[in-house]
Design a protein around this ligand. Sequence first.
Ligand code: GDP
Ligand code: IMO
Ligand code: MG
Length: 432
Amino acid sequence: MPNLVVVGAQWGDEGKGKIIDLLAGGADAVIRYQGGNNAGHTVVIDDKKHILHLVPSGILHPGVTCLIGNGVVIDPVSLLSEIEVLEASGVQVRENLKISELAHVTLPYHCALDQAYEAKRGKVKIETTHRGIGPTYKDKFGRTGIRMADLMDPDGLESRLEQNLEEINFMFKNYFALPPFQIREILVQYTNLGQRLSGYIADTTEIVNSMLDAGNMVLFEGAQGTFLDIDFGTYPFVTASHTIAGGASTGTGVGPTRLEKVLGIVKAYTTRVGAGPLPTELKDNEEDLRKRGKEYGATTGRPRRCGWFDAVIVRRAKLINGFESMALTKLDVLSGIEKLPICTAYKINHEIVKTIPAALRKTDKIETIYEILPGWKEDISGISKYKDLPDNTKKYVKRIEELVGVKISLISVGEERKQTIHMDDCNLIASR
Ligand code: GDP
Ligand code: IMO
Ligand code: MG
């Protein structure tokens, strides 16, 4: 299997966790490259559900090295509790997990700022996860951030916190009318958290590049999805990082030539959690699709907005990420729906367009153009070979391939590993 960047092709929650766990069985390492604990990646093994927020989705394979790259933002409280839960269910974390010393830290004031900014936005909220992601990246790029390595150096940490809190507390007092943060409390708590995490801190760039030098196979785990990317998403209704495949290089310190291949994870319909454009959103009957797909956020529990498959955005995702193959997920969810619309193009101001407009002001003018495919009644969740799928299911799969212009290498028909169809010409799992 080549080194592979696994990236969400829609608005997140495409089923990346399931696919990464599946592929990790044939990998040596999995490295997360961006985002933070806003992510919720679900892996189900023998009916036991694990929701991973910061720990890479390869952790359930005992021999796989799991790395949290420099591009990730880490809330140490959340990470430690995730590790505890995993270890309590018998997963070996300590032996397999390493965290970049360069990763930025989400502090309590980032979470408070996230909520305070949302409150200030009034009616046009982003509907963030309130995990402090935006403010942590804001500090990173403003060059005032605190990194994992800083937690190991109490004196350095104190002076950086002092400087940051001067401005932040001014904001809390005078702009948000909220209570300020106390440096002592943060310093004591985060020095302690740093000590508890010290065994995990490492130069992950050195580790991953050495593994590649030795011929090991590495998976680069994306979080969120292409249209939540800070540049290419439906700005400003996006997250604060580079969710796209390109982020895998900057978020790990692995040169782009070594990334080899990109796999786009594509849900058989579309969902989005939070505010912002969703052209194929269902106006009636959204609840039906939501219930069938159990579309409730893995991090916040919020109901996900649901819509039909949108070939326009997945085509754009192919372009931005350069994926040459796709994993089509949750196809089983569509069983029993009589007619399956697929959006093939948009009409904006009476003009047919085949790509989502970059400027948000145009997205409210989108009229979706659908092609209607016949559905199938059969339960497909137990099928493991493509040839055994109902004819109408095959037509749906083939039409998606045609419209996007990319081959599907894996079809997921359930949450468990075994509920996956490997396509005959699948070049992902072949040995290197
Ligand atoms: P991620 O953020 O991309 O990893 O996706 P989430 O874990 O947030 O959401 C995907 C949900 O769908 C999880 O509950 C998975 O267990 C589930 N899931 C993944 N693949 C399939 C599938 O093929 N069929 C069904 N029915 N559920 C799936
Ligand atoms: P995974 O990795 C779906 C959304 C939030 C909000 C926007 C900004 O599980 O696919 P943020 O807290 O990041 O500042 O919120 O992004 N969002 C996600 N939506 N899946 C995710 O992750 C998401 N992470 C953030 O709902 O609209
Ligand atoms: Mg998710």
